[in-house]
Ligand binder design. Structure first.
Ligand SMILES: [Zn+2]
Length: 182
């Protein structure tokens, strides 16, 4: 696996920017990791795979469909431990791939930005939203999301874990040494 960014850190090192029920006094989900990165930082394919979704426009209006919150975003389909998973890169400023493109691990897919509901973010708040899904669809909640720390090297501990999905359970079973860090 390749990391989605060359330099990895959770935005503001805040638990609320990790995965799980970490927002609004633990009543609201965050579906992936917010990785601090100034606008224009390259993002990389975490694995060999293919591009299955691209939104190359920024159509965010508050309270519209879930995908608009991510602004310009790309989804990479890949295989991990025999499971087909989907990595989504959100709030991008530039996208350098198209649906159907095969990609190799480590290829640059585009540049970070502040599109979607990250619009207007400055300084330390600028970030890549990175999430892993068990299906190629964007929706609310955690039911079909995987903790990125189950696939990549875990980032700071002290993050909430919520896993009801059978694929997540399987991943945890297969890589207990990683899960143990949580
Ligand atoms: Zn986010």
């Amino acid at each position: 696996m390749h990391n989605p960014l060359a330099n990895m850190h959770i935005r503001r090192d805040s638990r609320s920017n990790t995965f799980g029920m970490v927002r609004s006094n633990d009543s609201q989900a965050h579906q992936g990791w917010d990785l601090g990165a100034p606008v224009g930082t390259p993002v990389y394919a975490i694995s060999d795979g293919s591009i299955v979704s691209v939104q190359n426009s920024d159509t965010y209006v508050k309270s519209t469909k879930a995908g608009d919150a991510f602004g310009k975003h790309v989804t990479l389909e890949f295989t991990y431990c025999g499971a087909t998973l989907y990595a989504l890169y959100g709030h991008l400023s530039e996208i350098w791939c198209e649906v159907g493109d095969p990609v190799s691990e480590g290829w640059m897919l585009g540049l970070t930005g502040t599109t979607g509901n990250a619009q207007g973010m400055k300084g330390e708040d600028q970030h890549l939203h990175f999430q892993i899904m068990t299906g190629n669809q964007i929706n609310h909640g955690l039911a079909d999301k995987v903790d990125p720390g189950a696939v990549l090297d875990p980032l700071p501990a002290n993050q909430a874990i919520v896993d009801s999905d059978p694929v997540i359970q399987m991943l945890r079973h297969m890589i207990p040494e990683i899960i143990g860090h949580h």
